[in-house]
Write a protein that binds this ligand. Structure first.
Ligand code: DX5
Ligand code: ZN
Length: 220
């Protein structure tokens, strides 16, 4: 049986009640905390940075999955390790020396993730897929929560899954953006291992029940 992981995106939490929302996710069936770091340069929005992650880490009891939407991520790899990141994901579009960046993340003792924007082909991962712990496929254009899911994502997941299998890699696949109960099962069937959900979870009347429902419908 396949256990699809659910990673609520803290970007959609109530920042004035952050401890409450973190404890709610601790108490839920969610598997990871997804942390979106935006710099206003790589993406047209600024989210939050190191002090907020430090505060989240003080309360979070689950895996910390950090998604860097920033230019020059190499500058901050050791900082994110110190802040408690378990998985550090960088964007391929922001990394001219991707192989070096992946090695630096792993040398720090974190899992290395690589994210692809909607226009970026999975074929670009051919020569590094065996070095990567996770590929994060963006199913919206990065920068904002609450956007609509891009339908082409299913084909992209299947194509990536085929590449991973062909290369004998153990890389897992995470999907980020517009995930709801309408697309979660189909994503899991296509090959997704981790689903990020922000507004769908935190905007729900009962986020704990919403996470439980996502877990249930994606258990294949
Ligand atoms: C978008 C972020 C996502 C976002 C997801 O740039 O990377 O993680 O928080 O939010 P929803 O689930 O609302 O699309
Ligand atoms: Zn994200």
């Amino acid at each position: 049986m396949k256990n699809t992981l659910i990673a609520p995106s803290v970007l959609a939490a109530d920042f004035a009640n952050l401890q409450r929302d973190i404890e709610m996710i601790n108490a839920s069936e969610a598997d990871w905390f997804h942390i979106d770091i935006m710099d206003g340069v790589f993406v047209p929005n600024i989210s939050f940075g190191m002090p907020v992650l430090e505060a989240i880490k003080r309360h979070a009891t689950k895996t910390i999955d950090v998604h860097l939407m920033i230019v020059e991520p190499d500058k901050y790899i050791s900082t994110f390790k110190k802040l408690g990141a378990d998985i550090l994901t960088v964007h391929i579009e922001a990394c001219p020396h991707l192989h070096r960046t992946i090695q630096a993340i792993k040398t720090e003792g974190m899992k290395a993730g690589v994210s692809l924007n909607p226009h970026t082909s999975v074929d670009l991962l051919e020569d590094v897929i065996n070095d990567i712990d996770m590929v994060l496929i963006m199913s919206v254009n990065p920068g904002f929560g609450g956007q609509s899911f891009i339908e082409n994502t299913y084909d992209k997941v299947k194509k990536l899954k085929a590449l991973i299998d062909r290369k004998g890699a153990s890389t897992i696949i995470e999907i980020d953006g517009g995930v709801t109960n309408k697309n979660a099962k189909q994503l899991a069937e296509a090959g997704a291992d981790v689903l990020v959900a922000g507004s769908y979870v935190f905007g729900a009347a009962d986020p704990i029940a919403t996470v439980a429902d996502l877990k249930k419908i994606t258990a294949l």
